[in-house]
Design a protein around this ligand. Structure first.
Ligand SMILES: [Zn+2]
Length: 152
């Protein structure tokens, strides 16, 4: 096996990002820090990066990069056109502004319906045509106070 260097790792990541990972929701990045190599997944939306390896050797970093690329390719092959949905956490972190399947912000919002403290809002994606309901729960109340400075 050829010796892994920081340069060869970065080149491999670029190659994967422009190749097999181009159509996935993330890219891969390998960086060298004082403590060793870090490999993380950089999502194309607002999802925070997922660290796969920290303080590893160059060889470990290379193995992690290949493993992640292989995993992504396998998911793509096995998944076919099966949709992969955002988790609830991700959806909430994005404040409901993105399609849970294709993460576009191009969303059609329907009318709100109120039932016992829960608001349901039908949504549909303009890009992948997924339909879902946003659910809002009553959280609190605050008094509508107007302070009259002359009374103070
Ligand atoms: Zn969509």
């Amino acid at each position: 096996m050829a010796k892994v260097t920081e340069k060869s790792l970065k080149a491999r990541c670029t190659e994967l990002n422009l190749g097999p990972l181009r159509t996935t929701t993330f890219g891969i990045r390998a960086t060298r820090t004082g403590k060793g190599y870090t490999v993380d997944l950089q999502y194309r939306d607002a999802t925070p990066p997922q660290i796969l390896l920290e303080g590893g050797t160059a060889a470990e970093a290379a193995a992690t990069v290949e493993g992640a690329a292989f995993g992504a390719a396998a998911v793509k092959v096995a998944g076919g056109d099966k949709p992969e949905f955002a988790t609830r956490d991700t959806f909430l972190r994005q404040a409901g502004e993105r399609c849970p399947r294709c993460s576009t912000k191009d969303i059609g919002l329907g009318h709100l319906s109120f039932v016992k403290g829960v608001i349901t809002q039908p949504c549909s994606c303009q890009r992948c045509s997924l339909s879902w309901n946003n659910l809002f729960k009553l959280d609190d109340y605050e008094l509508a106070v107007s302070i009259d400075p002359s009374a103070m």
